[in-house]
Structures are given as structure tokens and as C-alpha cells.
Design a protein around this ligand. Structure first.
Ligand SMILES: NC(=O)c1ccc[n+]([C@@H]2O[C@H](COP(=O)([O-])OP(=O)(O)OC[C@H]3O[C@@H](n4cnc5c(N)ncnc54)[C@H](OP(=O)(O)O)[C@@H]3O)[C@@H](O)[C@H]2O)c1
Length: 215
């Protein structure tokens, strides 16, 4: 599959590397076509890896990941012609953090989320929120956390969610541990969860931490 990954940071590169390893053709997208971090990633990853602008990566992908910071995700996506995302699954991995104080502060609205903002901005795309509740290493290697633990998805389009679940299974997440929280407004909960995640990371002293839902 051809996949576009918007974002050259730790998360974008971690997901992109996993996808190339699984045999996908991945383009890493940036504000500039010649971003040096992306160039280094392409050189070290080899066949299947390429780089371009956010618009290039979105056009390349049959499915697209948003791996940009939540506060600037709309800015990144605004540089992509909406036709390049029409009908495509757009996996939103972002969290909305203000890092200006030196500590991560989760910026939230009780009635909105980054995923919903993206869905409103690109109505033709099928936004699926996923993976933002775990550390980037755990995203692509859930076995780093011992035992059974859960990942969440939400979005308005059932077929897009099914496509993302299949991709997450290929990352190593058991299907029964991928919990569907319903429509895209579920992203409010998933983005708010980061407040707890940051405390859990402090509690266990590691990013290799996750939760399991029991009932
Ligand atoms: N770190 C984790 O383990 C983790 C876990 C869960 C979720 N997340 C979320 O995943 C996302 C990616 O995290 P990260 O640490 O990899 O991100 P990051 O390094 O902070 O983001 C880098 C990307 O953001 C783009 N960017 C920065 N400012 C921009 C602007 N004003 N307009 C448009 N694009 C801009 C950069 O563009 P250039 O390429 O042009 O520089 C780059 O592609 C974040 O939303 C984060 O909260 C992270």
C-alpha cells in the first residue's frame, strides 16, 4: 500500500519505519520537500521510503497519517489540497500539547478535539483517531508493555476504522484489544486521556505503560 505520513518528528519516523518494514511504500511529509531529517530517514531506510511536502505525501498515500503536533495540525493539513485527501482514511495520531512552559500541558476543549477540527477542515476525508494514547515505541511494538492492554479508535466512517484496525493488527495489536469508541467525538476523550498518561508515565517511570479496560 502507498502511505503518506505527515510529520518528520519521532512519531512520524517511527510509524513510517514500521510501515516500510511491513512492505508499504511510504512518503514522509514536511513543510519543505528537502527536509534534512526526512532525507536522513530516506537514506537510512532504503527502498520503500521517500520524502516530499505535506501535499506530496498526502497525494502519494492511499491512506495518510497525521503525525504533527495538535496545535499546528490544521496548519499542516491546510497546505494539502483537499482533493488529495478526498475519500482517504486519515489517521490522526496527534495530541494537543503546549510545551512553552517546559512542561507538557494538555490543551483541551470539552466540546472539540484536534481530530474533529481536521474532520471539519477536510470533510471529504475519513478521520480515524488512533495511537495517540501510547508512546511512539509502544505504537509499533505493543509487546513492550507486558500483558494485555488496550488501544482505542474512533471516527465517523466504519470502513475507515476497519482499515485502521487491520493496519494496527499488522503492528502487533490483537484485534480484540482494539476498542472502538464510536464516532469522531470520541477523540475528546482520547486527547484528554493524555493528562492521565503523563501521570502514569511518572508513576511507573517509563513510557512503556498502557491501560486495559475491564468490566
Ligand atoms: N512522542 C510520542 O511518543 C507521542 C505519542 C502519542 C502521540 N504523539 C503525538 O504525535 C504527534 C507527533 O509527535 P512528534 O513528537 O513526532 O512531533 P514533532 O516532532 O513535534 O512534529 C514535527 C512535525 O511537525 C511539523 N510542524 C512543526 N511546526 C509546524 C507548523 N507551524 N506548521 C506545520 N507543521 C509544523 C514539522 O514540520 P517540518 O517537517 O517542516 O519540520 C514536523 O513535520 C504530536 O501531535 C504528538 O503529540 C506523540
Amino acid at each position: 500500500m502507498r502511505i503518506g505520513v505527515l510529520g518528520t518528528g519521532t512519531v512520524g519516523r517511527k510509524i513510517a519505519t514500521k510501515l516500510v518494514g511491513l512492505g508499504h511504500e511510504v512518503m514522509l511529509g514536511s513543510r519543505s520537500a528537502d527536509n534534512p531529517t526526512a532525507a536522513e530517514w530516506v537514506a537510512s531506510t532504503g527502498p520503500g521510503a521517500s520524502q516530499g511536502t505535506f501535499a506530496d505525501a498526502a497525494a502519494h498515500g492511499e491512506l495518510v497519517f497525521n503525525c504533527t503536533p495538535g496545535p499546528v495540525s490544521l496548519e499542516a493539513i491546510a497546505s494539502v489540497p483537499s482533493a488529495s485527501l478526498a475519500g482517504k482514511t486519515l489517521v490522526d495520531v496527534s495530541n494537543s500539547l503546549d510545551l512553552s512552559s517546559g512542561f507538557p500541558v494538555v490543551v483541551l476543549s470539552p466540546t472539540d478535539s484536534v481530530a474533529e477540527q481536521i474532520q471539519r477542515a477536510v470533510a471529504e476525508a475519513h478521520v480515524v483517531k488512533a495511537l495517540n494514547t501510547v508512546n511512539n515505541e509502544v505504537m509499533v511494538d505493543p509487546g513492550r508493555v507486558p500483558g494485555e492492554h488496550d488501544l482505542f479508535v474512533c471516527g465517523d466512517d466504519a470502513a475507515a476504522k476497519a482499515e485502521v484496525v487491520e493496519l494496527l493488527e499488522s503492528f502487533g495489536w490483537p484485534k480484540e484489544r482494539i476498542r472502538d469508541l464510536g464516532d469522531v467525538t470520541g477523540a475528546r476523550a482520547l486527547e484528554a486521556y493524555l493528562v492521565l498518561w503523563l501521570r502514569l508515565r511518572g508513576l511507573v517511570g517509563s513510557g512503556d505503560v498502557n491501560i486495559r479496560v475491564v468490566s
